[in-house]
Ligand binder design. Structure first.
Ligand SMILES: NC(=O)c1ccc[n+]([C@@H]2O[C@H](COP(=O)([O-])OP(=O)(O)OC[C@H]3O[C@@H](n4cnc5c(N)ncnc54)[C@H](OP(=O)(O)O)[C@@H]3O)[C@@H](O)[C@H]2O)c1
Length: 445
């Protein structure tokens, strides 16, 4: 639902005045587009986008764009008090602290807000949406999910006439880069992570990305729009990719799969929502299996449109700034969008029993066991699996090494997450099983 104001009778409107807080990768990316496309953008929307103020932490720092023409403020909050500024563009980051204070103040002072901040929207989106909605203000966060992919606009606007039943996404480019490079090079997780850090694809503290937290924030934002749910992160099952070994990647390839860190959310016929973030097997020849390296992808399953998949760059200055600009242009054209596609007081916290419910959902699973190569070990494993009514579709042992550690890989038929977890607990107690079993869901996407 978009409401656009009409231009004045001579077609020209007053400039749309913005303040940009945060001049890092994304903030400078936004300025680069505004500077290089100034005339084109003005022609397109019938008014100039004018940057009045900028702010960052360190005024002396070299920036890749010329910021000399803008008024510098040490305290970004000053922008929110400037009566000439129509829109605050928050590119600082962080769920709390200065970013939150700035966005709250901007909305309180009746200004539109554009942010790329997924952590802020994941934790405080509902309250910020309420503040925006109360005054019919624009609050745009397209860049917060999947960078340059218009994941939010598609969901909120293009799929407005659908009942969304599922979201499946590769939502973290760092993880996808690591998993792709591990497959292509056969190298270990630690080795590839170190390289990703050196190349700037992973942060010095990579835990936010590799432990699935960043993907969970993005999935939570999409779930609020798709299903009207608020997420309590402490209850959300989130597994990252630290435990994925080069062997798992090689076995996946042999079996015709790729390993992807997926954000998965489903809504059943009764509107009960399941949501999880975990590395999964997907078919190598599926569309999502072909999404490699730093690319992101989002699949929406919806009725009646069926399935839509969008792929693109999920991070970086240009792609992320592209999404920020789309919000700035909407705001400048007077768009007032319901932040979560519904009045925000209709958002409900995900029901408490969802975690238990989703443990009963059935999937196929990959199971890898590091075992001592002794007679009867596979039979022992099969007995444990049988105790939980889990049947085996494929079993494969890599090589032969009597009395030495070897990997035995199983593909399991449909079983509940709970029964597989219980079986793994029993398997860990077998003398011949040397390490915690590795279990990965197989997703038919
Ligand atoms: N990078 C991406 O590809 C990407 C993709 C999607 C979404 N995002 C989101 O976009 C936002 C910005 O990310 P980024 O990668 O551009 O971060 P970044 O490169 O670390 O830049 C952060 C900027 O914020 C400034 N800053 C820090 N504290 C401040 C304060 N109190 N007041 C004003 N400015 C302050 C920093 O100043 P100094 O430069 O002076 O230190 C820096 O310019 C984050 O929310 C991030 O999650 C980023």
């Amino acid at each position: 639902m978009s409401v656009y104001s009409s231009p004045s009778s001579n077609g020209a409107q007053a400039p749309y005045v913005i303040g940009i807080a945060g001049l890092g990768t994304v903030g400078c990316g936004v300025i680069a587009i505004l500077q290089s496309m100034e005339r084109e953008l003005a022609d397109k929307i019938g008014r100039t986008i004018l940057v009045k103020m900028v702010s960052a932490q360190n005024r002396a720092k070299e920036r890749p764009v010329d910021i000399g023409r803008y008024q510098w403020v040490d305290d970004a909050l000053e922008m929110a008090d400037d009566p000439e500024i129509d829109c605050i563009v928050e590119m600082i980051g962080g769920s709390d602290g200065p970013a939150k204070a700035l966005v709250e103040k901007a909305l309180a002072n009746g200004k539109a807000v554009v942010t790329a901040n997924k952590a802020l929207m994941a934790f405080h989106g509902a309250e910020l949406a309420k503040a925006a909605e109360g005054q019919s203000l624009f609050l745009g966060f397209e860049a917060a999910v999947a960078g340059g992919i218009p994941a939010i606009k598609i969901l909120r606007e293009s799929l407005g006439g659908n009942r969304v039943t599922g979201i499946s996404g590769i939502l973290n480019g760092t993880c996808n880069y690591i998993l792709t490079t591990m497959r292509e090079s056969g190298r270990s997780f630690d080795d590839v992570l170190a390289e990703a850090q050196a190349l700037g694809y992973a942060e010095a503290d990579p835990s936010f990305d590799i432990d699935g937290i960043d993907a969970a924030h993005k999935l939570a934002i999409l779930c609020a729009i798709a299903f009207g749910v608020k997420i309590d992160f402490s209850t959300l099952p989130v597994t990252g990719i630290r435990h994925i070994q080069a062997g798992d990647i090689a076995y996946a390839t042999q079996l015709g799969y790729r390993i992807k860190l997926l954000g998965l959310a489903r809504s059943d016929a009764h509107g009960k929502v399941s949501i999880r973030v975990e590395p999964c097997f997907v078919k190598a020849d599926s569309q999502i299996g072909a999404v490699e390296s730093v690319f992101n992808a989002v699949i929406y399953d919806a009725e009646p449109v069926d399935r839509i998949m969008v792929v693109g760059r999920g991070a970086g200055a240009g792609p992320t700034a592209s999404a920020v600009l789309s919000d700035i242009l909407d705001a400048a054209q007077g768009a007032v969008l319901p932040v979560y596609a519904r009045p925000c007081d209709q958002l409900v916290t995900l029901d408490k029993e969802f975690a238990t419910r989703q443990q009963d959902e059935e999937s196929r699973f990959y199971l890898r066991l590091r075992v001592l190569d002794v007679p009867g070990v596979v039979a022992d494993v099969a007995t444990v699996l049988k105790n939980y009514q889990i049947s085996i579709s494929v079993v494969s042992q890599e090589g032969r090494a009597p009395k030495q550690p070897v990997d035995v890989v199983f593909v399991l038929h449909e079983a509940s997450e709970k029964s597989v977890a219980d079986a793994c607990r029993d398997l860990s107690e077998l003398q011949s099983v040397l390490e915690r079993p590795t279990v990965l869901r197989i997703e038919d996407l």
